[in-house]
Write a protein that binds this ligand. Structure first.
Ligand code: ATP
Length: 221
């Protein structure tokens, strides 16, 4: 479903050029659960952001469902991203002033969906992550693990084909981390969601189907 062909990414700041990625060739097949591992600064988040169409490569080609998106404009890219990709971040990225249900509804605001249907879908997504009883809470009233579950509900509410998770358990203790991993495993197994997860945790990586290792901006085979 996603092909990265010869991807490179260079960051240019005033005097320093950082090569974050080079010679990346990677195919992600529908239904896979993949982990990405590697030392700090090796390019994992950059890779995930390129997969998620949040960032553009400096070189190479990204194909989504066999179609090159190289010539896509920002608007086309945003629309593709919004319809096909869900994100989960280490630090949850919830909006503190919005109630749980409104946080989860956010990605649907960009779609032509009635308010009633938005509420129904968001409630179902919260039920899926075991948080239906917390819809009217604010994020600060929830534990870290619960906040991450809200973030997962927000990521899956639009039924994405691809779920990208950047160290989703990085801010959680091992018990809560395990709960989050179990939800991801269930989304993969029961809902056939394709998942790519960056992690520093060997034990979590072992629970995925394939581990991609990055070192100095390159894939190690
Ligand atoms: N916006 C940016 N401008 C300049 N350099 C950047 C930028 N983003 C990332 N980099 C550099 O690119 C390299 C890869 O960064 P990246 O965040 O992808 O690594 P990472 O493997 O995710 O690290 P960590 O595990 O610490 O999160 C690093 O050397 C980083 O300093």
């Amino acid at each position: 479903m996603l092909n990265l062909n010869n991807i490179a990414k260079t960051y240019q700041t005033e005097k320093i050029e950082t090569i974050a990625l080079k010679n990346i060739n990677l195919n992600i097949n529908r239904g896979e659960f993949i982990s990405i591992m590697g030392p700090s600064g090796c390019g994992k988040s950059t890779l995930l952001n390129i997969m998620g169409l949040l960032d553009e490569p400096s070189d190479g080609e990204v194909k989504v469902n066999g179609k090159s998106i190289t010539s896509y404009h920002d608007k086309e890219m945003a629309s593709l991203r919004n319809s096909k990709i869900g994100f989960i971040f280490q630090s949850f990225h919830l909006i503190q002033d919005l109630r749980v249900i409104d946080n989860v509804e956010l990605p649907l605001l960009y779609r032509k969906i009635s308010a009633k249907e938005r509420r129904r879908l968001a409630t179902a997504a919260l039920e899926r992550v075991g948080l239906k009883a917390r819809t009217s809470h604010f994020p600060s009233q929830l534990s870290g693990g619960q906040q991450q579950r809200v973030a997962i509900a927000r990521a899956i509410v639009g039924k994405p084909e691809l779920l990208l998770a950047d160290e989703p358990t990085g801010n959680l203790d091992s018990h809560m981390g395990n709960e989050i991993m179990q939800i991801l495993e269930s989304l993969h197994k029961d809902d056939k969601t394709t998942i790519v997860m960056v992690t520093h945790d060997d034990e979590l990586a072992k629970r995925t189907e394939r581990t991609i290792r990055v070192y100095d901006g390159q894939l190690i085979h």
